[in-house]
Write a protein that binds this ligand. Structure first.
Ligand code: CO8
Length: 258
């Protein structure tokens, strides 16, 4: 892959958008490579994925404006379909994803961050949906996921006005879960990833699916979704081992993911 790096350290995967000279802007090839990288995550062995941008200035400064500046309506539609497929591929990675937002998260960058489960940022993180200023609308899921993450009113303000949201404000409105000095960002993101990885992989996976699926439907259907995912956890080796360890007042060595 030319624009995306995939690496694995034990149970933690890192996906890095690697086009630093263009502030990690996403061209069509990068979008395809992110889909490929998302597909490489293995729910049997990987426990958490950290997604970040190369360098210390930018997470992703949006879709590649140079690539799209002269495209036609039909080509725009194709790019939107590809961008949406890319964000959906990230959103449906079966294990938790943490966006480590190391600077600009504009346009497609904010959309990529919102396709992740959790966002942590450097003090230099800047979010924004600048599409209105360049004659388009967010179309890598921004009009759909941003309202789901921070609420409709604030999302509309950000999208309509092109407002730039800095790290402290992003944290205040729930767009970031935590903010760290940029030099500590990756270390802290991995700490969070390891905390997640130490928990029952089946429980974590089913919880992710339950939340993501349940958020798209009414509460009655959502409860059925939760019941289905909860039931899957019972009868597993991990559930038996962990509950027996609790009852016998001993520490469980490790979850087996089965
Ligand atoms: N696309 C292409 N190149 C970019 C982008 C981008 N989004 N962002 C930065 N770059 C490039 C610059 O052109 C520059 O390249 P070069 O050195 O060859 O001139 C290099 O990165 C460094 O950028 P700057 O010199 O501008 O760096 P600054 O520190 O001065 O500014 C900013 C940083 C503020 C991030 C600035 O680069 C900027 O405003 N970038 C554009 C941000 C933006 O508008 N993003 C939204 C794009 S639209 C989008 O993402 C919607 C998704 C839907 C796609 C629709 C398909 C049909």
């Amino acid at each position: 892959m030319d624009y995306v790096k995939f690496s694995r350290d034990g149970e933690i995967v890192t996906i890095t958008i690697d086009n630093e000279k263009a502030l990690n802007a996403l061209n069509a090839q990068a979008l395809r490579e992110i889909i490929e990288a998302a597909g490489m995550v293995d729910a049997n062995t990987d426990r958490c994925v950290v997604i970040t941008g190369a360098g210390k200035k930018s997470f992703v400064a949006g879709a590649d404006i140079k690539e799209m500046k002269d495209i036609t309506t039909e080509e725009g539609r194709e790019l939107a379909i590809l961008g949406n497929a890319c964000m959906r591929a990230v959103e449906t990675i079966p294990v938790p994803t943490i966006a480590a937002v190391n600077g600009y998260a504009l346009g497609g960058g904010g959309e990529l961050a919102c396709a992740c489960d959790i966002r942590v940022g450097g003090e230099n993180a800047v979010f924004g949906q600048p599409e209105m200023g360049i004659g388009i609308t967010p179309l890598f899921g921004g009009t759909q996921r941003l309202p789901r993450v921070i609420g409709v009113g604030k999302a509309k303000e950000i999208i309509y006005s092109g407002l730039r949201i800095k790290a402290d404000e992003a944290m205040r409105i729930g767009l970031l879960n935590a903010v760290y000095p940029i030099d500590e960002l990756m270390e802290r993101a991995y700490e969070m990833a390891k905390r997640i990885a130490a928990n029952s992989p089946i429980g974590v996976r089913e919880a992710k699916a339950s939340i993501n699926e349940g958020m798209q439907v009414g509460i009655e259907d959502a409860m059925q979704i939760e019941i289905g995912h909860a039931a899957v956890c019972f009868g597993t080796d991990d559930q038996h081992a962990a509950m027996n360890a609790f009852v016998e007042k001993r520490k469980l060595d490790k979850f087996m993911n089965r």
